[in-house]
Write a protein that binds this ligand. Structure first.
Ligand code: C5P
Length: 415
């Protein structure tokens, strides 16, 4: 079977750090090249103890770069040029040391210099001993790197070369490859040139500094939609309530807690072409939020009073000048799904409603927090009933329906 050329013409700069997982990076080079990418590699000194530059250059078909002070290289291809001429930089394995250097902005070898001297997107695949990964210093560096916009893939959890078990195994080459494809997809595809915003997850509405009101939304569907829109080329902003999910690759993610913060983040993201409101926003919040933890008084119960939260979907749908061209809402219903969802479309003023039945299913599980969804897509022109499918597949299908909508409306991407 012919191999997909999904990365045709893309240039990857691969930075190989010094870890046993470097052997998997050889396979990654092969996979990247099979899909049409060209790969240049930089190896740290330690990486060369695990795999040889000869193996790496045989697979990349290019010279391997190892030395910051190699004058010939400076003449032929300086370190600045090395990272500037790439569409994506992948560091795999990214060791604790390499991540620490990146987080501090150090540049004392070719790998760290290339990573500092660039504004090219960077994807890192960390690999290290579990204790090194869990160490507060590494966790600090991870938080810093994420704040700096570095994308992470992995690490996975499992048996490690050092005999321990836990997080720290480098992601598999195929996982790194899909992450690279997602990141390189932005800017090409049927939604290229369009800006999308997606809300996802629950909101947390504080009662006092330690207590809050929440719901069971996992964010899986909204996150999958953001990732699918980005894969089709949309410049995507995900505005996420508190969830236990990694930020999707190829998407900018803004984390919020309350409905009011979520609305403010949506408004700040306008103008946008597409808005998908998949978040399970709390309908009410406590309007007498206590500044201090409410004490358990003998015989007394706290008196909470509630007020309505802003309706983000309705607010976006009813905007005059900056209304996104396509506004999509969700309707989680437990009965009369179609009827209630159609009424909701009218009431909220959105263009499409994605209706799903969130009643507990026969296995005792349900849509909220689960992996699958049964969707009815309700539009002015009629309704489509989709079979039960994985949330990721539903996201893909919705993203394609959105792409089709824009290809049919002659407006196309904003210029
Ligand atoms: O009214 P209901 O919560 O059932 O409507 C669901 C839809 O409205 C979802 O798309 C949800 O994201 C959106 N919504 C919102 N802001 C709210 C409540 C719901 O954006 N405060």
């Amino acid at each position: 079977m012919a191999q997909s050329q999904s990365l045709n013409g893309k240039r990857v700069l691969l930075i190989i750090g010094g870890g046993i997982a470097a052997y998997k990076t050889l396979d990654l080079i092969r996979r990247l090249r099979e899909r049409g990418a060209s790969v240049r590699a930089i190896m740290t000194r330690a990486a060369q103890e695990f795999v040889t530059p000869l193996s790496v250059s045989s697979l990349t078909g290019e010279k391997v770069y190892t030395d910051l002070f190699d004058l010939t290289d400076e003449a032929e291809m300086g370190h600045i040029q090395l990272s500037r001429s790439a569409d994506l930089i992948i560091a795999a394995p990214a060791t604790a040391d390499l991540m620490a250097k990146m987080a501090m902005g150090r540049a004392d070898d070719l790998a760290s210099t290339a990573l500092l001297a660039t504004d090219t997107p960077v994807l890192i695949a960390p690999a290290m001993n579990v204790r090194m990964w869990l160490h507060p210093a590494t966790q600090r560096n991870i938080a810093q790197l994420k704040a700096d916009g570095i994308a992470f893939i992995g690490p996975g959890e499992g048996d490690m070369a050092c005999g321990e078990y836990g997080p720290g195994r480098m992601a598999e080459p195929l996982e790194i490859l899909s992450a690279a494809e997602a990141m390189l997809g932005a800017g090409t595809g049927p939604l290229a040139g369009l800006k999308a915003l997606v809300t996802s997850g629950p909101t947390h509405e504080p009662i006092d500094p330690v207590r809050y009101i929440a719901n069971r939304s996992s964010g899986k569907q909204g996150h999958a939609i953001a990732a699918a829109l980005a894969r089709l080329g949309a410049e995507t902003l995900l505005i996420s309530g508190p969830v236990n999910l990694p930020d999707p690759l190829g998407v900018s993610t803004k984390h919020v807690e309350t409905a009011r913060e979520m609305l403010a983040a949506c408004e700040a993201a306008l103008p946008a072409d597409i808005a998908v409101c998949a978040a399970a926003v709390a309908d009410w919040r406590v309007d007498n939020e206590a500044g201090q933890k409410i004490k358990k008084e003998k015989g007394g119960l706290p008196q909470l009073s509630f007020t309505e939260n802003p309706d983000i979907l309705a607010t976006l749908s009813k905007l005059n000048h900056s209304r996104p061209r396509l506004v999509i809402g969700f309707a989680a219903e437990t009965e009369n799904v179609i009827e209630h969802a159609s009424a909701k479309r009218e009431r909220k003023g959105c263009d499409w409603i994605v209706a799903n039945d969130v009643s507990v299913d026969e296995t005792g599980g349900g849509v909220m927090g689960g992996e699958e969804n049964t969707i009815h897509l309700i539009r002015a022109e009629g309704r489509e009933d989709w079979p039960r499918m994985a949330k990721s597949a539903a996201a893909e299908k919705l993203a394609h329906a959105i792409a089709q909508h824009f290809s049919l409306s002659d407006e196309g991407p904003r210029s």
